[in-house]
Design a protein. Structure first.
Length: 278
């Protein structure tokens, strides 16, 4: 069965996100741990979490994916910006233990003229502070498009970060189809080659989740603008090959496409379920 969901609002709690997912024929979802610009997170309602865990179990949900605020920059040149990212992610990982055994995704950050080597070392240092043996959450580095001074648009950069983390078993990867297309990995014409390269450099065993997005920009543009499935430069045919690939089809897929309503996501999920071969 296809494990598919979309990004949902966490404003009404975990149980409501679970119900929203079911209403659009999803069996997982992604959510921001707090306002995407950072700031204080809502208090955890333990009954709400318990009710959600029961709902998820009854409906065979795949792992849910928490997404760190996208404004965090663990490799900023500004120590105060790095400290803010540290405080937020430490708190997020503690809160994730209320829904144990799930996934937490973050953008590696931008080195902002310091150079990629400095950026990578700052990310490694950052992760070695926040990752704890007691955490049940797997932390995922997201593949990036290479916009500006982003770190993580090359598989080699992701691998170097993973290699530097002491508790490396706690670290994985979330592959974003829009991002890698825009970064110059040809998922449209050479998906097998891209996956072979990923496996050789990082290891497919590190891949825990896929952001399944089309792209508004052409291949190798280094832009990062998501499009609805079938409405971008990747196209439905290529995306169908991604969700049906024997090395990927067991993974959970999360839509981050530009929809203002749940009905838009429901339509995309229906298209993907129709394209999926059990």
């Amino acid at each position: 069965m296809l494990k598919i969901g979309c990004h949902l609002s966490a404003s009404r709690g975990f149980l409501q996100m679970g119900k929203d997912a079911l209403s659009i024929n999803a069996n997982t979802f992604q959510f921001f741990t707090r306002n995407p610009r950072g700031g204080k997170a809502k208090d955890i309602d333990e009954k709400d979490v318990s009710d959600f865990i029961n709902l998820a179990s009854e409906n065979n949900f795949a792992k849910i994916l928490a997404h760190a605020p996208y404004t965090l920059n663990p490799c900023s040149a500004d120590a105060k910006v790095r400290e803010f990212a540290l405080l937020v992610m430490k708190d997020d990982l503690e809160r994730m233990e209320f829904v144990p055994g799930n996934l937490y995704n973050f953008h590696p950050g931008s080195h902002v003229s310091q150079g990629v080597d400095v950026g990578i070392q700052l990310i490694i240092d950052f992760l070695n502070v926040i990752v704890k043996p007691e955490h049940s959450t797997t932390i995922l580095l997201e593949t990036m498009a290479g916009k500006g001074s982003e770190v993580g648009s090359k598989f080699e950069e992701i691998r170097r970060i993973i290699d530097g983390v002491k508790l490396t078993e706690k670290i994985g990867v979330c592959l974003d189809t829009c991002h890698i297309n825009d970064a110059g990995y040809d998922v449209v014409n050479n998906l097998d080659g891209v996956l072979s390269e990923f496996d050789a450099i990082i290891g497919l065993d590190r891949l825990h989740a896929i952001h399944i997005n089309d792209s508004k920009n052409p291949f190798n543009s280094h832009k990062d603008r998501h499009a609805k499935i079938g409405e971008g430069s990747i196209g439905l045919e290529a995306i169908a090959r991604v969700i049906n690939h024997p090395k990927l089809k067991h993974l959970p897929f999360y839509l981050e496409t530009p929809n203002d309503t749940l009905s838009g996501y429901a339509e995309e999920i229906a298209v993907l379920r129709n394209a999926y071969i059990d």
